[in-house]
Design a protein around this ligand. Structure first.
Ligand SMILES: *Cc1c(COP(=O)(O)O)cnc(C)c1O
Length: 399
């Protein structure tokens, strides 16, 4: 990828996405599950640019959404309503109502209270809500605590006993139709065993429910497949599929997956330009025009991203790569060996296609970067760079 040319054409800071990589990841995963009925529902929170969603929709992907806004994005980008799932621990009444009006595949329910709410709303609309219950299997996924979700100490899902009770209740209701079961134990998973254990626990519950005539059609294994940021040893799609399939013998279910990061992370690059170098005591800082407001993962999770510095200088030394925002937490990398730079040299941050632009903000009144897709070997602007006018538009008339 010609980062210099792209930076010249679109300026920096800039997000660039390789759409061919997105396809490759999608197809690898789909292929691994070909022995069974499966539906990949791209978790659009990872990268919800409409062109990105549309690309996955063209590959026959569904969408996993965590707000009604995401549901509407998915529909707008061409995802059929019968492939859209609505997840999340705190859905508002208006979101539930709209999801029912839009007639999406199913709502993933995360608590007893939420199920009651959905039932009341469905009743008031004289509709039947298709639901799936998110089971918290109490499995330690062995990932970063902020992105771990499958333990009882996390806020997500309900325990097995509660789930069982909820299925029995929902079966009695004229306004609820339990068609799915769901678990999602965490993100950036690199170990197979916790996934297999969780799948086994949930599959056993499906068998138990079958005996009381509750017929689960969608077995939703969530997302969370890890990607290469550094030197991780990854789960291979084939092994992932085998681990899940091995727990499903005798069950006629459609396997639903909700990968986000796996599909989009490594197709994305964040390109930023060097503004200054400076030395504070024995510390070297490379100050770039991108910042934590554009890409927050290093600041928020202490996440590692591979950094590529495009410099003519061959002399290297340790440096911190930092942005202009007024926070000490504003860094992309610490103590990395990089070449000496001059004003205008490019710094390319890899694996920025997931949880990059979508987590950006306007902190420090910084307009958000443009996004460019490399689609069929051609660069295409898929989101304009924000302007100062965009940032103040909603405030101006109220001064
Ligand atoms: C965030 C999330 C995903 C996607 O997670 P990745 O780690 O990006 O694959 C899938 N399902 C649910 C319910 C989520 O909250």
């Amino acid at each position: 990828m010609d980062f210099k040319q792209l930076a010249q054409k679109y300026q920096t800071p800039l997000y660039v996405y390789d759409f061919a990589h997105f396809s490759e990841q999608f197809n690898k995963l789909k292929e691994a599950f070909k022995a069974r009925k499966s539906l990949i529902c791209y978790a659009i929170k990872a990268n919800s640019n409409l062109s990105v969603i549309k690309h996955f929709a063209n590959l026959q992907s569904g969408a996993d959404c965590v707000s009604i806004g995401e549901v509407k994005r998915a529909l707008l980008a061409g995802v059929p309503k019968y492939k859209i799932i609505f997840s999340g621990v705190g859905k508002r009444d208006d979101e539930i109502k709209e999801a029912l009006e839009l007639d999406i595949l199913m709502i993933n329910v995360e608590s007893q209270a939420e199920m009651q709410r959905i039932e009341e709303i469905a009743k008031s609309m004289n509709k039947e809500a298709r639901i799936s219950i998110r089971v918290n299997p109490n499995i330690d996924p062995k990932t970063h605590p902020y992105i771990s979700t499958g333990l009882h100490e996390n806020k997500f899902g309900v325990d097995i006993d509660t789930a069982t009770r909820m299925y029995l209740q929902s079966k009695q209701s004229d306004y609820l139709n339990p068609i799915g079961i769901h678990f999602h134990i965490g993100s950036q998973l690199t170990e197979l065993e916790p996934i297999k254990e969780a799948s086994q626990i949930v599959a056993d519950l499906v068998r138990k429910l079958q005996k009381v005539d509750i017929d689960i059609k969608f077995f939703d294994v969530g997302g969370g497949l890890g990607v290469q940021y550094d030197d991780e040893v990854l789960i291979q799609p084939y092994d992932y599929a085998q681990a899940i399939l091995s727990t499903l013998s005798g069950l006629d279910v459609t396997i639903v997956m909700e990968p986000g990061r796996y599909l989009s992370a490594n197709g994305g690059y964040f390109i930023t330009s060097v503004l200054y170098e400076k030395q504070n005591g024995d510390r070297r800082f490379v100050i770039v025009d991108g910042a934590m407001n554009d890409l927050i993962r290093p600041s928020l999770y202490n996440a590692y991203h591979k950094i590529e510095v495009l410099s003519d200088n061959t002399q290297v030394s340790k440096a911190n790569i930092v942005g202009p925002v007024c926070e000490s937490g504003d860094f992309f990398a610490k103590d990395v060996e990089v070449p000496l730079t001059k004003h205008g040299d490019l710094v390319v941050i890899h694996s920025a296609g997931a949880y990059g632009f979508v987590m950006s903000s306007n902190y420090n009144t910084r307009p958000r970067p443009a996004e460019v897709g490399i689609i069929n070997n051609q660069d295409k602007l898929i989101r304009k760079r924000e302007t100062f006018e965009d940032l103040i538009a909603l405030e101006k008339e109220y001064m």
